[in-house]
Design a protein around this ligand. Structure first.
Ligand SMILES: C[S@@+](CC[C@H](N)C(=O)[O-])C[C@H]1O[C@@H](n2cnc3c(N)ncnc32)[C@H](O)[C@@H]1O
Length: 282
């Protein structure tokens, strides 16, 4: 798919500073300009927490409990959905994100739900510089890993996640089904997707090529925002994970082990070292 429509001018778009040629913005650091305060404020309208909780069920909680995880590092806290959910379930959570706007919003969201977040501003590429200690689990959810544009950034981030895990820790990372988008399909299979469930927002790709998926978020009040993301292919993510050292990787589609053309993939990658050889791809 190539460009399908031009974006109308909008308050949000202007503040996000994509410049004259938004499709040429393919930089890892640009997320700092994309997650501006206004967008962070509206993000929770994009994602209806109750609907999302219903869609996810106890999928992540069950996996974390199955692995006996207690301490969890949420590296892509965003506005705090998973951090809050896990705190309520009794996990010991540290909430990290590279964007101070998102962390401030997450902290407020948590307070409104009677939870106190332990936040840390940390870019994934230098995670272990800013985060101390090790964790049973690292979560990188809500299609966040897609913000890394260079392969070496993706490798470095995965290596940092690996390093911050305990010896038998587990990484849980998700992303959209970009394979389908790259092959000309739509972003979601139904009228609404499984992860981004909001009443007051229209979400869709504006441009897709092998190096960029540019999504437009149009809110009911007329404001529009964009995110430029790298379209991660399913097989590629699994290969990178195994190349940085995760030996056993189980993947799910829309929270199911049996899947065909899902909207979202979730990869669960184990750090535990096995002497008996090759990576196991489940
Ligand atoms: C899609 S949002 C978060 C979604 C959140 N996990 C959820 O599921 O609602 C992606 C988050 O990743 C953060 N992020 C993007 N690139 C980053 C990087 N290199 N280091 C740290 N955080 C980053 C952004 O600031 C943003 O808050």
């Amino acid at each position: 798919m190539t460009s399908t429509q031009t974006s109308p001018s909008s308050r949000g778009g202007d503040q996000q500073r994509f410049g004259e040629s938004p499709e040429s913005v393919r930089e890892t650091d640009h997320y700092q300009q994309e997650y501006i305060e206004d967008f962070a404020d509206r993000w929770d309208r994009l994602i209806d927490w109750e609907a999302r909780e219903r869609a996810e069920g106890d999928f992540f909680i069950r996996i974390l409990k199955d692995y006996g995880a207690h301490s969890v590092l949420d590296v892509a806290t965003g506005t705090g959905f998973h951090s809050v959910r896990l705190l309520k379930e009794g996990f010991d959570v540290v909430s990290a994100d590279g964007s101070p706007n998102m962390l401030a919003r997450a902290f407020r969201n948590a307070r409104h739900r009677d939870q106190l977040l332990r936040t840390a501003q940390a870019d994934w590429r230098f995670l272990n510089r800013d985060i101390h200690g090790t964790f049973d689990a690292v979560i990188c959810l809500g299609n966040s890993f897609t913000h890394l544009f260079k392969e070496r950034d993706r490798r470095k981030a995965l290596a940092e996640y690996y390093a911050v895990l305990k010896h038998n820790g587990v990484l849980i990372l998700d992303h959209r089904n970009y394979d389908r988008l790259l092959e000309g399909g739509s972003a979601v299979s139904g009228a609404k997707g499984t992860v981004y469930c909001g009443e007051d927002v229209q979400v869709g790709p504006e441009h897709v090529d092998e190096g960029l998926a540019r999504f437009r978020y149009a809110f009911g009040d007329g404001s529009t925002y964009h995110l430029n993301m790298f379209p991660l292919r399913y097989g590629y993510v699994r290969r990178l994970m195994s190349e940085v050292g995760f030996q056993k990787i189980a993947s799910y589609g829309d929270y199911q082990r049996d899947f065909e053309d899902p909207d979202f993939y979730v990869h669960v990658a184990e750090k535990e070292y096995r002497f008996d050889g090759d990576a196991t791809m489940l």
